[in-house]
Design a protein around this ligand. Structure first.
Ligand SMILES: [Zn+2]
Ligand SMILES: [Zn+2]
Ligand SMILES: [Zn+2]
Length: 141
């Protein structure tokens, strides 16, 4: 099944402008783009698009559950697309405090921690969101 079929199945109406936005997200899968950055990239092929359309589309994609948001508390929300809901949660982020670079840690080592917390606090964990802050290889030289 291709991307647009998956989206249609979620009830998302694919218009040419929305398709252009999804294409940009797919092409920049590991980039963690903000709405403004997505807008700048989409405008290259789709100059008539407005920033409001980008905001609205991101909101809709979020509602159908195919993007995840990354909030670094710097006032802008970054997005990444994950069409398979299973891989919506497939990595954690390493954020360089110096240059702002965002890397992805593919290993999820938190299952054991979740188990312990569930037992300790009698709390059913549904998800977690972890960010590691530090210095990237370049910045720690
Ligand atoms: Zn760095
Ligand atoms: Zn990511
Ligand atoms: Zn995790």
């Amino acid at each position: 099944m291709n991307t647009m079929d998956i989206l249609k199945e979620t009830g998302f109406k694919v218009t040419p402008q929305r398709r252009a936005i999804v294409d940009i997200l797919l092409k920049n899968k590991s980039e963690h783009l903000s709405s403004e950055e997505i807008y700048d990239l989409v405008r290259v092929d789709c100059p008539e698009i407005g920033l409001a359309t980008v905001y609205r589309t991101m909101q809709l994609l979020d509602e159908v559950g195919v993007i995840s948001k990354l909030n670094l508390d710097d006032g802008c929300i970054r997005y990444e697309i994950s069409l398979n809901s299973k891989d919506c949660h497939n990595h954690h982020h390493l954020i360089c405090k110096n240059c702002g670079k965002i890397m992805e840690a593919k290993e999820d080592l938190l299952d054991n921690i979740e188990k312990e917390i569930q037992e300790l606090y009698n709390f059913k964990i549904l998800d977690h969101d972890v960010k590691f802050y530090g210095l990237c290889e370049n910045c720690s030289k």
